[in-house]
Design a protein around this ligand. Structure first.
Ligand code: C2O
Ligand code: CU
Ligand code: CU
Length: 504
């Protein structure tokens, strides 16, 4: 073989393999301006991450104040604005906040309530919206990128919470091209819809604690650095995972205590494979509320935007630690962050016995299985490198296309049961999220092997691992425009989002 021909042939083979493509992406990356070879941005080099205080008592998220006099109505205000936070002991961090705090205030409502929230966008020079992640709200109240609230403007979001909608939802901005940054700068909060007291099968003695997990990166001066190329490719992963804004806070419990914990992954891009050392976890709920029956869990993978409800039994005296395990989500380029062994929350379990706690019921609530789907759709996720005037940039595509606000990708009909097949042909995991409704996972397929989920659950976000196909069934009950996208917010920004127009 001629040398030339041999080279061309081997180059073609190299180019065809996904591993080679990943390698190429990585080589391009480390040659980019502003990057050192470890993939860090230059500003943060040398100093290492700024230390944060740990071991402070876990704080509860402050409740959003209700201005309504009677029951059944939540009337409140959320103002997005610049604020200052103290993460490190000795330096200020400029952030974006709802009502001055990050995470934003905890919104607590009940099934059947009406919600009227006046949103004031006081972010300097930037449009924003509030999206009610996972909630069954009308499309024109859902904070879509098509409905921006201009800087300085106000708008009211109003909706009713239907019976059966109890669950752990959240709220965050969704403006075109700015979601990722507004969220990592601090705009996100938890939105609980609780069941009517008598309808809630979880014993009240377990309490109800929201643990809102976010991800923080600080430069030496205390500010939050802008996204680097590494962040744009992989999604921004910070240096510190925070729980309710605190690093590894402490919780004091008596031995034998059972606690109901709602865990939120509100990070832009960090995959959290969680375990509780020295305490037993039981899964009781998913994104859209309780599952049918409790399931014991040694570990839980919480991909960006997912939530779980757990009952944790603290039966051994000493310390019990909510910690992370290793998880390879497909990291592009250098600088893969450490993902195992992070202590997120430490419980001090006393050796005095707690009052005996009522047991968890065997059945939590029924979940109706969807009938046979009448429509099926296929969404293929891919990644590309594209030459832009500013240099090489990654594109994240669905069915070969980047998001276009003016394009309708799917026309659907309200009330139709649909099978959605999400095919991940990319080198990274992508957590898929659909607005406006909850769905049920049917199966996962990888290398020809099909696996069924062990329990039925309501979900609005599901991880689709690289090389995997996920099949789910869903139904939109209300007409209007809905988004679906990867919930690594940088990927959403770089194109991995589409529009479904649900017709009446
Ligand atoms: Cu929480 Cu469109 O997303
Ligand atoms: Cu959403
Ligand atoms: Cu993604």
């Amino acid at each position: 073989m001629h040398r030339r021909g041999f080279l061309a042939a081997s180059l073609a083979t190299v180019l065809a393999s996904p591993r080679a493509l990943a390698q190429m992406k990585m080589d391009d990356m480390s040659n980019m301006p502003g990057m050192d070879h470890a993939g860090h941005d230059m500003g943060a080099m040398g100093q290492g991450p700024v230390a944060l205080p740990q071991n402070q008592p876990l704080r509860e998220l402050p409740l959003l104040a209700n201005e309504a006099a009677g029951p059944g109505l939540l009337k409140a205000r959320l103002t997005a604005e610049s604020a200052t936070a103290r993460f490190a002991a000795d330096r200020d961090t400029p952030i974006l906040a709802y009502n001055g705090i990050s995470p934003g205030p905890l919104i607590e409502t009940q099934e059947g309530d009406r919600v009227e929230i006046t949103f004031s966008n006081r972010i300097e020079g930037e449009p924003s919206t509030i999206h009610w992640h996972g909630m069954p709200v009308p499309a024109d109240q859902d904070g879509n990128p098509m409905d921006p609230v201009a800087a300085g403007a106000d708008r009211v979001y109003a909706f009713e919470l239907p019976e059966g909608s109890a669950g752990s939802y959240w709220y965050h901005p969704h403006p075109h091209g700015r979601t990722a940054e507004q969220v990592y700068r601090g705009l996100a909060g938890a939105f609980l819809v609780k069941a009517k007291a008598k309808a809630d099968p979880i014993p009240a003695a377990y309490g109800d604690t929201t643990l809102f997990l976010t991800d923080l990166r600080l430069a030496a001066d205390g500010s939050m650095p802008e996204n680097t190329m590494t962040d744009m490719m992989n999604g921004r992963v910070g240096d510190h995972v925070l729980v309710n804004g605190q690093k590894n806070p402490r919780l004091a419990v008596a031995m034998g205590t059972k606690r109901r914990l709602r865990l939120y992954n509100a990070t832009n891009a960090r995959f959290l494979r969680l375990a509780f050392v020295n305490a037993a976890m039981t899964l009781i709920g998913s994104d859209g509320g309780l599952i049918e029956a409790p399931v014991a869990a040694d570990e839980i993978l919480l991909s960006p935007a997912e939530r779980v409800e757990l009952v944790v039994a603290f039966d051994k005296p000493g310390t019990a630690i909510l910690t992370t395990l290793d998880y390879d989500r497909g990291w592009m380029g250098p600088g893969r962050p450490e993902d195992k062994g992070l202590a997120l929350l430490t419980a001090d379990v006393s050796d005095t016995q707690a009052e005996p706690m009522p047991p968890l019921p065997e059945r939590l609530r029924p979940i109706a299985r969807f009938g046979q789907p009448t429509v099926s759709r296929r969404l293929v996720f891919t990644e590309i490198m594209a030459m832009k005037p500013t240099g090489m940039e990654m594109g994240f595509l669905i069915n070969g296309m980047a998001f276009d606000m003016g394009r309708v990708d799917i026309v659907a009909r309200a009330g139709d049961t649909e099978l959605w097949e999400i095919v991940n042909q990319a080198d990274m995991d992508h957590p898929f999220h659909l607005h406006g409704t909850q769905f049920q996972l049917i199966e996962r397929e990888r290398d020809g092997k099909v696996s069924k989920p062990p329990y039925l659950a309501w979900k609005d976000t599901v991880n689709v691992a690289r090389g995997e196909t996920v099949r789910l069934v869903t139904r939109q009950e209300r007409p209007g425009t809905r988004m679906y996208h990867c919930h690594i917010l940088e990927h959403e920004q770089l194109g991995m989002m589409g529009v479904v127009d649900v017709q009446a």
